[in-house]
Ligand binder design. Structure first.
Ligand code: PXL
Length: 279
């Protein structure tokens, strides 16, 4: 076995050439945080699916052979994270990956990338929703936005006006589905965005609020989950990691608005990566 003090994470996610999301976010963010990021590609897209057109090449048929070589090489990871998945079978493949590579120390992070603003993404089917409910049960930490939390728990979606009790209930439901800890992201509360953190074994949630610096953009969920993963792997508590991720996303949104970056281009996190660098 290799001996290394540097943390290593397997990131199962797509590569979208344009628009700043998934692997084009995860790799630079986790690298800046001193973590070795090892991608398992789920699909290759010309750009993310919130653009009016996109090229989409599903990688489902290749993934098992790709992963088999990692097993043959005896590779080990401190963490496994999953993001955008392109087919129901792919969700099955992630389940298999977790079963094959998980040890007692592995941190499994599932970002159930399914939709936003109350709607599922164009590529997301009902069958995928059902599979995702299974995958959530394997997570040490699950990080849905409000839309995703609603789809996963069969709760009617609302853009705003959530009470803390309702949010705690939704987080509890996700825990009943098997997730150990839950972070519900980007809940609108007046001029604030709130994140609901329900940690393993706790019966009360922490509500972490951040004053809004502008509108959410495509890819902000990927920036959030990547920073959160990096921070937890670097030893922060889930609440501290959530605070760092939320404040980094806020800074990115502010910078992107200042620079007039078109909404569809996501957030220009690149100029702010220095804030995440491990000293
Ligand atoms: O940011 C989430 C995401 C990831 N991957 C692809 C997407 C989206 C959101 O639109 O289209 C391909």
């Amino acid at each position: 076995m290799e001996i290394s003090t540097q943390k290593k994470i397997a990131v199962i996610n797509d590569i979208s050439g344009y628009g700043r999301c998934s692997l084009t976010v995860a790799i630079p963010v986790l690298s800046a945080m001193g973590i070795q990021c090892c991608p398992v590609p789920t699909a290759i897209l010309s750009n993310h699916t919130e653009f009016p057109v996109y090229f989409f090449d599903d990688y489902t048929d290749k993934m098992r052979s790709y992963i088999a070589k990692w097993k043959e090489l005896g590779l080990e990871f401190d963490s496994i994270s999953s993001g955008f998945l392109g087919s129901a079978e792919q969700i099955e493949i992630v389940l298999e990956f977790v079963e094959q590579f998980r040890t007692e120390r592995t941190l499994v992070l599932v970002d159930p990338v399914m939709g936003d603003h109350g709607k599922l993404y164009a590529t997301y089917t009902k069958e995928m929703c059902d599979e995702m409910k299974q995958l959530v049960g394997y997570a040490d930490v699950v990080t849905p936005n409000v839309t995703e939390a609603c789809f996963l728990t069969d709760t009617p979606y609302r853009d705003h006006g959530w009470s803390r009790k309702e949010l705690l209930n939704m987080a509890m439901m996700l825990r009943l589905m098997g997730a150990k800890s839950v972070v519900i992201t980007g809940v609108r509360e007046g001029n604030y965005y709130m994140n609901v953190v329900l940690e393993r074994g706790k019966s009360e949630a922490e509500f972490i609020r951040m004053k809004s610096a502008g509108n959410q953009r495509p890819g902000t969920g990927d920036v959030f989950s990547s920073v959160l993963a990096g921070a937890v792997l670097n030893g922060k508590t889930l609440c501290a990691a959530t605070r760092l991720a939320a404040s980094f996303v806020k800074d990115c949104i502010k910078k992107s608005d200042e620079l007039d970056i078109p909404h569809s281009n996501g957030v220009c996190f690149e100029m702010l990566l220095g804030k995440l660098m491990k000293k």
